[in-house]
Each structure stands twice: as C-alpha cells, then as structure tokens.
Ligand binder design. Sequence first.
Ligand code: SR1
Ligand code: MG
Length: 397
Amino acid sequence: MTTTADSIYEPLTEETAIQLARRLNLFDAEADLVCREIGDGNLNLVFHVTEPTAGKGVIIKQALPYVRIIGEGWPLTLERARMESEALRIFARYAPEYVPEVYYTDNDYAITVMEDLSHLTIVRTGLAEGAIYPLLSTHIGQYMARTLYGTSDYALGAEARRELALQFHNPELCKITENFVFTYPLIDHESNVVEEGLRPLAEQIWRDAQLLREGARLKRHFMISAEALLHGDLHTGSIFASETETRVIDPEFAFYGPMGYDIGLFIANTLLSAFARSEHSREELLAHVTNVWDVFAAEFTALWQENNQEPLADAAGYLDDELLRIFQDAIGYAGSEMMRRVIGLAHARDIEAISDKDRRLHIKSSAALLARDLIVNRSHYKRAPQIVEALRQADRN
Ligand code: SR1
Ligand code: MG
C-alpha cells in the first residue's frame, strides 16, 4: 500500500499518539499521559505513551510512507506495518513469551499498538555497554526453533504453509534485503559506506570471483526458499532483553524464506559485538554463538519428533541432513550480514562507536575476512565451535 491523494493516512504526532491511546481506552479516562517519539531505527516512527504516576505505558509504532533515514525521496510501502503486526501475532502462537503483545492494528494508518518493553534494553546497545544477558542465546534459540519449525511444512503440512505464505509476499522489504545485504556490498555501489583506510580491502572484495559467486548463490537461495515465516531482520537491534527476559521486535521484513537467514543474522551481529569488545571480555558473547545453535538444534529436533506432517521424516539420517543444511545456510548468511555491516549502507553501531581508528579498522577488516570465509567456505563448517575458532583466526590476521 502506498499513500494516494484520497488516502486517509497521516503521520502521528506526540499529541495525536496520546489521543489514539485514549480512544483505545488503554489508560484510565482521567490519566495524565506523556508521549515521546523514540524511534531511532532506519524506517519508522515509534511513540512511547506513558502514565508516569501509574508506571504504565504502551508503544505506538507507525510506518512512514518513505525510508525515515533517507526522507521522502525514497518511498516505501506502508504494507510493512501489516506484515509486522501479522507476523507478531503468528509468532505469538508459537513463542508468546518472546514477542510483545499486539493490542491494536490499523492498516490504513500503518499503526501497531503494542506492549511497552521499556523495562528492557536493546541488545546491541546493552552488549556495547558490557551487558551479558545470560539467557539471550537460550531464548533466541528457542524462539527461532519454535517460530521457524512451527511455520514450516513439517509442522503445518505443505497446503497450510502455502496458504500462510500468501499473506507474506513482502516484495519491497525483500528487495531492500536483496540489494543492501546481498548485492551492493559485493559491488562498488554508491550506497556503500566504506571507511577511509578500508577501501583497498573493499576493492579486493569486489574483485573476488569466488566470493561473488557464493554470495550470488546465497542471495538466490534467499529469494526462492519458502521454508518458514522468518523475522527477516533478526539483528541484535531487533531484540530487547534483560538478565531474565528476551523479546523479539520489529518483524516488518517478515516473509517466507530460508530458516538459516534468521539464525545467521543473530550469529553475525553477536560476532560483530564480540569483535567490538576487548579479547578478554568476548567469551560470553562467543558462548552465545555456540549456544544459540545448540539450543535451536535441540528444540528443532524435539519439535520434529513431536509433530511432523512429512511422512518421510523418519528416514534414517534425514533430520541430521536438514540440520546440517540449515546450519551451513546460517553460516553463509552470517557472512553476508557481517559483510554488509562493514562495507554496506547500514553499519553496526557498536563497531562505529570505537574511537581508536586503527582498532576500528582492524576490527572491520577482521570482520570482512571472517565474513568472506563464512560465505565461501560454509560447506566446511559442521559444528558451531568452528565459528568461534574462525573469529579468533580472523582476529589474529
Ligand atoms: C535502507 S534500510 C537498511 C536496513 O535497515 C533495516 O533495519 C534493515 O536491516 C535494512 O537492511
Ligand atoms: Mg528494524
């Protein structure tokens, strides 16, 4: 959906966001409400409406008809708000404890009203400040196994899976991923942001025939594999957490795609946060990388054994083959995501925040070398600890 002259869409202000919260009876009629626009992502408006005296709040998220960080020159479908709220409702069927509750949706205004998670912090920010989130990878491993398995052919049967996939074409948001994650970082594209000092490495990357070929294969697989309903942008900026709680937000890129994509994005962004830390404080983050896969694989296996619509699912070795393929897809996608965070448009804030230029450049080139290895050599990866070993190796170079 785009806005037209007769469309009723208009962007909210802090004042109209309060009026909406009142109209929806989300607070007592007499409550004193305050509102702040807190969106700091690339795309949307986010209003935090609170009743400070009662310690209550809600989040009102609204899509703009363009990319927020660029402006009106880059129009973008309002349909993404519907994708987000429908995906949140579907994920809540499988993993309610790991997503915010959706209270209200208005597709004309591209609005989703949802649970206030302001008692939690965005994981990317927390990790940059030294937080550990001891349960993060266990929760995210469970979240991914339950949502990805639950929306797959294995759990739903092919007919129901195809029906559900019809709701999630999401072509404009998929195009953003295809361009900004897969294509542009591998060519000398004007949108890339290559830090001075990194250009020779970027030029080497753009000439690397093996890397381009494997990057193209990963992109193609992303485009044609309708395995499960993905979050579609599961980086650490899309996760709120505390020591005990974890919630996945922002699934506006949701579509039917390869399961390894969500897993790869979580792994990539955790690795980037690990790179951003000093060597001796990385261990907890590296443990998250191995644990997320172990938890995912164990939970996926349990779900597979409990409920499986595929009559051939018990064929000897088939589950192991599936898990290895998903793992190697995840390795490749982790590489694509890391590469775009170093030389694409949207960088990792924790790495950009490093003030020592030599250290920042060392981290970026190590991350790019690791990304290359993950993409090109993904079929050599069989176990999660190999990822950690590869990071250490890249850091030594
Ligand atoms: C132009 S938008 C770039 C990125 O912002 C979103 O958060 C997605 O990660 C997208 O790839
Ligand atoms: Mg987002």
